[in-house]
Ligand binder design. Structure first.
Ligand SMILES: N[C@@H](CCC(=O)N[C@@H](CSS)C(=O)NCC(=O)O)C(=O)O
Ligand SMILES: [Fe+2]
Length: 260
């Protein structure tokens, strides 16, 4: 198991951590980007989950205004509907490291696997493999412990959406795998765990594990019914899929790399 830390010396556990949290939205792809930081740590280390190329300047400006030090730009999976902002962020903020799962097959500075921890100051996110929407999807769950935020927070990417879930018809998707991932890795979290997805198309911002166990119209069904629902979604492919997937496999840097 790897552990990625922002501190090279053992951190002072006497200074209690304090989470700063912001939910940011990109309207063309209806994507949520999440900003987290430990503002009680002297460095105020911060990370971004699922940044979008189009809103990188907005996100970096907020980070600057709040006096944070961005250390990680991470993705829950290889997105099909927008180009990730991680590559652009790395070109604008030296020292930032990109993170994605090893199973995604995508380039990044650090590759995470199930059980890894991503630390920022005295806080951390636990990596849970939640394949099914894509083969390499992970959910980042806020750490457990006296210094960690309560209730816990789960950044589910497209594995679990509020009252929905990610489609399973491309990028190595599998409805039976997604069903198992959500039931074994997300629905087993404490019921008050906050669910923060990568997208919302209906105006929702946050849910809880308990709410989704009770009201998710797809995942409350038995596995066979779920599979049938997923086979009959009849969604059109994301408009940007042919641009986004190749770009995101190289950290969103395709254009910049070809001009370098
Ligand atoms: N219309 C959008 C794409 C919408 C879409 O397919 N969303 C994905 C998540 S992004 S890979 C999805 O899984 N949706 C599930 C659902 O039930 O809506 C576009 O053209 O970009
Ligand atoms: Fe996706």
């Amino acid at each position: 198991m790897d552990s990625y830390s922002t501190t090279t010396t053992s951190s002072s556990s006497s200074s209690s951590s304090k989470l700063l949290f912001r939910q940011l939205f990109e309207k063309e792809s209806s994507t949520y980007t999440y900003l987290l930081a430990d503002v009680n740590h002297p460095d105020k280390p911060a990370l971004l989950i699922d940044p979008v190329d189009k809103t990188v300047d907005r996100d970096l400006n907020v980070i600057k205004e709040l006096g944070l030090k961005l250390v990680y730009a991470m993705n829950t999976h290889v997105h099909a509907d927008h180009v990730t902002g991680t590559g652009l962020i790395k070109s604008k903020v030296p020292g930032v490291k990109s993170i994605i799962s090893k199973a995604s097959g995508s380039k990044a500075d650090l590759h995470v696997e199930h059980g890894d921890k991503v630390s920022f100051g005295d806080l951390f996110l636990e990596v849970r493999a939640t394949p099914g929407h894509t083969l390499g999807c992970v959910t980042y769950v806020s750490g457990e412990g006296p210094d960690q935020p309560q209730p816990r927070m789960a950044f589910t990417g497209d594995a679990l959406l509020i009252r929905g879930c990610g489609r399973t018809d491309f990028q190595g998707g599998s409805s039976s795998q997604l069903y198992k991932s959500v039931h074994s890795q997300i629905f087993t979290l404490p019921k008050d765990t906050l669910i923060y997805p990568a997208h919302d198309y209906k105006g929702f911002t946050v849910s809880t594990v308990g709410e989704e166990i009770q009201y998710n119209p797809r995942l409350t069904k038995d596995e066979e019914t779920f599979k049938s629902i997923m086979e009959n979604l009849n969604l059109s492919y994301p408009k940007m899929i042919d641009i986004a997937v190749p770009a995101n496999l190289v950290c969103g840097m395709q254009d910049l790399a070809s001009k370098a």
